[in-house]
Design a protein around this ligand. Sequence first.
Ligand code: UD2
Ligand code: MN
Length: 635
Amino acid sequence: MSGVRKRNVTKPSSQSVASKISKGSKKSSSFSTPQLIGIVSALVLGILLFCPLEVFDFFLAKNQKIVRVKYEVPEFVPTDFVARNEVEEESFELYKKARIVDNEDVYDSHEKVSWNDFNIRKYINAGRVTNKKDAYKTAAFNQLVSDDIPMDRNIPDTRLGSCPSQEYPSEGLPTTSIIITFHNELRSTLLRTIVSVIRRTPANILKEIVLVDDASSDPNVGMELIKIEKVKLIVNRERQGLIRARIRAAMVATGDTLTFLDSHVEVNRNWIQPLMQRIQQNPKIVVAPIIDVINKDTFKYIGADAFLTGGVSWAMVFRWDWLTQRGTSTMDHTRGLRSPTIAGGLFSISKAWFHELGEYDDQMDIWGGENIEFSFRVWQCGGEMEILPCSRVGHVFRDEHPYDFGKKGSNNVFVKNNNRFVHTWMDEYTDFYYGTRPNAKSIEPGDLSVREHFKEKLQCKGFKWYLENVYPRQYVPERNSVAWGHAKRGEHCLNVFPTKSNKSGVYGQLGAANCNQGLNNPSYQDMDKQQLVLKKFTGLFQQPVQMKDGKYVNKCFGTPDTTPTDGAKVILADCVSNAEVREANSHQRWNYVGTNIKLEDFPHLCLDGSDLGSFRVRTCTGSDSQQILWEMLNI
Ligand code: UD2
Ligand code: MN
């Protein structure tokens, strides 16, 4: 189970970001081929964008009777931000534009039916595919399987401990608006999401379901659904990305709380009550369910591990952290787990608190980073975050984005989103982010004045406070280092193999092994045998080793003899600290030159990983086995 959860962590590693980019860009480039198609689609787009509403409605509602209800969007009160120059003025305009929803873009129907009176078969059939080749085309998960699974299928109750016997008040809990944004979602996964919500949420809590169609290519996918009880639809005529799409939904929503869901989930038994109950106790808490896994090939529903909280790497990639104390058998599942971050897709928050916090950063595009930004903001500005193990929602995880990211490509979008919040929330710790992502420096974050305004207004705390109080397990890199973190030789990570030898002062042999840090390894812990640092000034190449008293002390890599020879092993040993005589530790002083780690006083000797289990120093040759790439450089 845990392996599955881990593999399906919601954000990709840098490599999978790269693979997504190539896929994304391929996809978008195919649009431009025959010019004729280009011209025709531009015309259609033009008509859709600028036509009067009736024409637009006609396009959307061609084959169905939609009797539209005029929907009154609640009045928007902008923040009291005062722009000091034109750039800030522009930011404020963007802020307002993202939050003013035209009544005409909100759809509802007079002819509501309950979900089981909705013509499900007709709705699904309108989008079916017939062959295997197309099964993954729209959504990067198996449409052939999904389309045949009942909308109201039963899923296993995956709650643990005393959750199943927990009783919740049948009245008096806050109401919620479910917010689901989608871009080219499968009809079957979207409808199954909605049906599961209606079936498994008490009617007095479920205020409404606000869908946002983020400019999907088939407008009927969303439009046909407004017939279903409680469903409303906002149409984005231009693609906004999930972040602005969610802001728009929040402006329209009227529940006491907002509950965000992805468009391919199934909620489990009594999923909403724990979330609502907790917000009722603490209006500034953001609560998330455990995210179970719906397999993208088989659609099998699998319970996820309950012992994980949300974390983040210095590259600002979301990750799951295992609970440090594995109180697994004694864990009280009815209690929330404080979580430094959330995965982003599934959570509830009081509507008032969401607005007070400034919703989301409207200058973030398409996908990515908003969950980490939101997590930092919530904590730093006086809120809290918890995962509530009694609440479970299954999500179809996939390996790639099926949609395109526009002209700039997914990497640029993702990095820009990250850069924006890194500057707003991380103070001097931005160094560590840029240390792991040196290329990110070339992408401008853009104007941050409106975000800063919220930060000041809410008197938010600094990142140091966040690290110390919310995420103390995050390993803070050592400043004054040339390189830091995991170091790779090819696919493998430099790793210490503890020595059995009794020789005192020697802790291990340097070699390389499968990388611990990564999406595939559930046993990844923050501190591990792959955490290294190459110090500035002293040239010491070190790893912290846990001593008997539990404290970590840096030990040094070097050759066993003070005069290294070609082929000598590289071991982790006590540092030779009495270096008044320079030569005393010349077997422990290193330089990082290009991609080689060389002994400073013996620059012809390079760290060599020809033998994965036992690294040595050997004459520098420039071969692959001597190339070492670090996680973080030049802090
Ligand atoms: C995860 C989150 C997702 C979001 C994202 C980071 C979970 C389960 N999912 O990504 O909610 O926080 O990390 O940004 O934690 N969509 C749009 N417009 C777009 C692109 C996407 O509306 O331009 C919709 C999409 O149809 C889906 C939702 O946004 O319903 C999230 O997108 P995703 O499923 O591709 O993201 P995921 O699960 O990889
Ligand atoms: Mn998703």
